[in-house]
Design a protein around this ligand. Structure first.
Ligand code: SAM
Ligand code: SF4
Length: 334
């Protein structure tokens, strides 16, 4: 492994070359597992990164070896200057990707094409319109489905993220896999994770083992395990002769911290060195006052805990006194 002085590394020898930038804490959906019921309390505008600050900070991260940038939120595509941000970031020597709820994909399709952004994760937790309205508390099912088809038609690499919750959408797991029979998408089943305000309770969780049991019983020898890529958070599978694939992201029951290479930059310019960490480093204030942000980045990641922000055991993760100190997911970015 080539560890140069320019790399962002932690005390556990993990190189961090993947940056997730949240563009906003706002969203046009209100997903029950993400957005607190009372909404997310927004700060005044000046507390959030401007376009120029996002680009400036992205450049610093790239100078420290970051090779991939994913835009997220809140909903990244509701930010008015998102097209300009994508165009500017596409000039950097990085793989650019985005995670979106899919509602505004048609508006920005040409921006994606012109910027060479080919990898798009769309969140969709159900194939049923009524259920979509209940989960997201909004009515955009047809729009999201049409936009997924638009991406497929234009040969994008499409991943669909579904958070699997017992009694909510676990009855659709086989339907999701059957969707991959004719659609060349990668469906990813995400274990329900605890964040502030989302009423998490693992009784509602569906584990990697549950999903494996269900799919093995249904598909037997037709179910093929695919090889994981380095730093992959998902265990991937394919049903013989199906066009698409599927995967399980098991952050709760089987975390993938050993190979974690992720850095998160929140919309208000704080580094979170782990999705589950409650400690943050304020890069934006430092940038505005002319401090050395490179050193702050290196220090923040150096101090990253080995696993799940220090919640090594399932009992720790399940304890609201531990995970309740974290932000709501909508203000982190996933
Ligand atoms: N709005 C965009 C979207 O929905 O794709 C991007 C931001 S959203 C916070 C990023 C991802 O986090 C989504 O795929 C969402 O399903 C996932 N997510 C949100 N809350 C979660 C939770 N409690 N457990 C697991 N995944 C969650
Ligand atoms: Fe919005 Fe995405 Fe959270 Fe749903 S998961 S409320 S779309 S940020």
């Amino acid at each position: 492994m080539d560890i140069s002085s320019k790399n962002i590394i932690d005390q556990h020898h993990r190189i961090h070359d993947y940056l997730r930038i949240s563009l906003t804490e706002r969203c046009n959906l209100r997903c029950v597992y993400c957005m607190p019921e009372e909404g997310n309390l927004l700060k005044e505008n000046s507390k959030y990164m401007s376009k120029a600050e996002i680009i400036q900070l992205a450049n610093v991260f790239v100078s420290l070896g970051v090779k991939k940038i994913r835009l997220t939120g809140g909903e990244p595509l509701i930010r008015k200057d998102v097209a300009e941000i994508i165009k500017e970031l596409s000039k950097l020597p990085v793989e650019l990707a985005i995670t979106t709820n899919g509602i505004l994909i048609d508006t920005y399709l040409n921006t994606f094409i012109e910027s060479g952004l080919r990898s798009i994760n769309v969140s969709l937790d159900t194939l049923k319109k009524d259920k979509f309205n209940t989960i997201t508390r909004r009515n955009y099912f047809d729009k999201v489905m049409a936009n997924i088809q638009l991406l497929i038609k234009n040969n994008f690499h499409v991943k669909i993220n579904a958070v699997i919750i017992k009694g909510q959408n676990d009855d659709e797991l086989i339907d999701f896999i059957e969707f991959t029979k004719t659609q060349p998408v990668h469906f990813r089943f995400i274990e329900f994770m605890p964040f502030d305000g989302n009423k998490w309770n693992w009784d509602k969780g569906v584990s990697y083992q549950d999903i494996l049991k269900l799919t093995s019983e249904k598909y037997g020898n037709e179910l093929k395990r695919l090889e994981d890529k380095k730093n992959d958070t998902a265990k991937s599978f394919k049903i013989k002769n199906y066009l698409g694939t599927f995967a399980v992201i098991s952050s709760v029951t089987n975390p993938f911290c050993d190979t974690c290479n992720r850095i998160r930059l929140t919309a208000d310019g704080k580094i979170k060195n782990c999705l589950f960490s409650d400690s943050e480093t304020d890069l934006l204030t430092a940038l505005r006052s002319g401090e050395n942000v490179q050193q702050l980045i290196l220090d923040s990641i150096w101090n990253k805990k080995r696993s799940r922000g220090g919640m090594e055991t399932f009992d720790q993760l399940s304890n609201p006194l531990e995970h309740g100190k974290n932000r709501a997911m909508v203000a982190i970015g996933g």
